[in-house]
Design a protein around this ligand. Structure first.
Ligand code: ADP
Ligand code: MG
Length: 376
């Protein structure tokens, strides 16, 4: 079905807009074997972008294979090795004998076992007993290089939600192992991306960290209002409805061009529109947007201390800096400037705020509107 708007999962095809510059940069990196790191807040469009470029490369190039791995569910180094080995083997071939052959040849030391899912002959996972010795671990990390040599291709390994790795125990050591193996591979490049900005920035821009200067660091920006307007108007038209560019712009403005919310908001307006969208449909959709996301926001708030909540009030009030000012500390009951520093750290860890220099902002624009309605 041709959906008018897509949100809540990675988007594709006609529902993907703009990002031409980023797509080009990424596909150049993929073709020429340059490592890439992509960072942005959640739901701005990283997964959609990488998927789009991966598909283009896999369709167009016979000598480059892009493999996609999601680290989101990996809870430990061992789990990561399993997922890594499984996906590399699965996605670099579509022939059973080749899968078995690659595992046997390149993971011999680990005695790999294939576990096929009962309802499919092509879906499997690979397991092995990983004695934590360096040789077996590097065999797994070297798998893409071995397969690339064997098939005479180059491989791009994309790892989504890469920040997950920072949660593993003794993560820095694991990162050291990865980097030391990966940097010697001449037929494999990596695209590592994810959302926890402060975690990822720490992994890639701190000199003391193993992945320092690993590759081309991309901070994904928001899609421009002009591109969104074109997109929204054309999606309405394609489905026999209409919206003015002014109203489309108003949609973008109210959610600060946040990719997922622009799509969700536009979709809500679209569902309420019979022929031409107007202010009435806009207002109803705006209320729905807040209601639909409100459940989640209540959960965010339930998990906060009263100091943290007080600090969110400051931000919802539009104040972005000067929090240690005694006036603000008193007015919003924040206790002390040392406490403010602690609050900021905790909220950053929860991915609710972004700190850049002295400036602090709420990451989620709809959460901000919701806070203004509920708290002020
Ligand atoms: N290029 C794009 N064009 C249109 N909508 C997009 C685009 N990128 C992202 N979106 C919207 O944002 C949502 C989240 O995108 P996703 O790629 O999952 O983000 P991330 O991986 O950064 O969390 C998508 O469901 C879609 O609604
Ligand atoms: Mg994603």
């Amino acid at each position: 079905m041709d959906k008018s708007f897509i949100f809540g999962k990675a988007t594709y095809g006609d529902n993907f807009t703009d990002r031409e510059f980023e797509s080009l940069r990424l596909s150049e990196n993929f073709r020429s074997g340059v490592n890439t790191i992509i960072v942005s807040p959640r739901r701005w469009g990283k997964t959609s972008l990488v998927r789009k470029v991966a598909k283009i490369i896999n369709d167009e190039e016979t000598e480059v294979k892009v493999v996609s791995i999601d680290a989101f569910l990996c809870r430990s180094e061992i789990e990561f090795y399993h997922v890594f080995a499984t996906e590399i083997i699965k996605q670099t071939s579509n022939k059973l004998e080749e899968w078995l052959d690659h595992a046997k040849k390149f993971l011999a030391r680990l005695s790999p076992k294939f576990n096929f899912s009962s309802d499919s002959s092509v879906d499997f996972s690979i397991s092995f007993d990983l004695a934590a010795d360096w040789q077996s671990e590097s065999d797994v990390l070297n798998l893409p290089q071995k397969i690339a040599e064997e098939k005479n291709i180059t491989i791009v390994v994309c790892i989504d939600e890469f920040q997950q790795i920072a949660e593993f125990s003794d993560s820095k050591n694991f990162q050291k192992k990865m980097r030391s193996v990966w940097q010697l591979q001449d037929k494999v490049s990596y695209c590592l991306y994810g959302s926890k900005m402060h975690v990822l920035s720490g992994m890639f821009s701190k000199q003391s960290m193993p992945f320092y200067k690993f590759g081309d660091l991309m901070f994904l920006q928001k899609i421009s209002t002009q591109d969104w307007i074109t997109y929204i108007c054309s999606r309405f038209e394609k489905t026999g409805k209409q919206i003015s560019s002014e109203l489309a712009e108003k949609i973008c403005d109210s959610v600060e061009n946040h990719s997922s919310y622009v799509q969700q908001f536009a979709w809500l307006v679209w569902t309420k529109t019979i022929n031409l969208a107007g202010n009435e449909e806009f207002d109803e959709a705006y209320d729905d947007l807040l209601t639909q996301n409100g459940m989640l926001f209540s959960q965010y708030v339930d998990g906060l201390s009263s100091f943290q909540l007080n600090f969110l009030k400051v931000l919802a009030d539009g104040i972005e800096s000067g929090f240690t000012n005694s006036d603000i500390i008193k007015r919003y009951n924040l206790s002390s400037s040392a406490n403010v520093a602690r609050i900021k750290k905790a909220l950053e860890k929860k991915e609710l705020i972004d700190i850049s220099g002295q400036k602090v902002t709420l990451i989620d624009p709809v959460f901000k509107i919701w806070l203004q309605r509920e708290l002020l």
